[in-house]
Design a protein around this ligand. Sequence first.
Ligand code: SIN
Ligand code: CO
Length: 396
Amino acid sequence: MSSDTPRQLLGGLTASEFLRDVWQQKPLLIRGALPDLECPLSPDELAGLACEEGIEARLVEEHGRDGPWQVQHGPFDDATFAALPDEDWSLLVQAVDHYVPEVAALLDHFDFLPRWRLDDIMISYAPPGGSVGPHVDHYDVFLLQASGQRRWQLGGRVTDDAPIIDGIDLRILERFDVTPGDDWVLEPGDMLYLPPGWAHHGVSDSDDCMTVSVGFRAPSADEAVTSYADYVGETLPASQRFSDAGMPLPADPGELNDAALERMRRLILDSLDDPAQLAQWFGRAMTQPKYVDQLVPADEPIDIEELVAALHDGEELVRSLGSRFAWRALDAERATLFVDGDGLSCSLPLARTLASDAALDATLLEFDGAAELLALLHDRGSLSWPQEDDDDEDDQ
Ligand code: SIN
Ligand code: CO
């Protein structure tokens, strides 16, 4: 864990102070958060990603051919970009951290947050006037200005039922009142943190405006209940059922009485209330890949002896960009390592190392069962040799 000293990234707050006073509570503008930031890719490179199959990209035009606030979804082609006007549009590409290692490296700055809370890094490019309109996100986001200028205006916390403009494929607020003073032009290296539910509007102020959004996800109660109930449901025997043995004579056989309701409530709560099972579900849910198709299994299972020899030769495995790792102790020696939506039991120090950013080299082999686990993760596509990544790129 990194030391808890004041950080320029957080405007001079320590990570503990930021978490205590700001995170999920209020916005924070940080001038010069990353003063030496070099924009990790050019607008053309971003447009190139937006032309690739399987990469989630959107083009938002404020005065499109088919009406105001027109949204198109990628993949795009050169003709799409050639037809765009000089102003008032935005290109947004999701999960750029999955494709560009220099973008993934930005995540190192956010080591004070649980890694499994990360959603992705989205990058936008916009010529002057480009925006996605005033809106609210459900996620925490760090909006880092990577090049050019963007003017950000905030409109305070808004409720879930705030009216949004009808008939368009974007959730733009019908009403947006700028909070006096919450109006800034961000320069390269500046960053704005926003908690969920805070109205915001960012408009490009230059022809090289690129904004990096580091987004953190929090599962909704709706998703959590549905997904956990599904997970538990798989393990429950058909014989575990509503039971009313020994009940008193019903006053009215047509009534759903309090005692019946309480029996059903207990059946549901007792079936769900198992902390060990909850942990197993939670780890799987929070390491579920954002794009399942991007987890590419190896063509052939790796030979374990070859894997061990390669590590002894000084080679290192790497975590695939976009793969998610987390761990939870089972006891003092064993843990569940959660990887890309699955849970694997292994030694605690091995799980901790795999779920950290430590190098995956021969030192791992001193842990019990390491070679087999590394081979399995390699075969599933969660780990790879750096060489294999290069080959994949050449193939595209
Ligand atoms: C953008 O980069 O244009 C929008 C980011 C956001 O508002 O969440
Ligand atoms: Co937003």
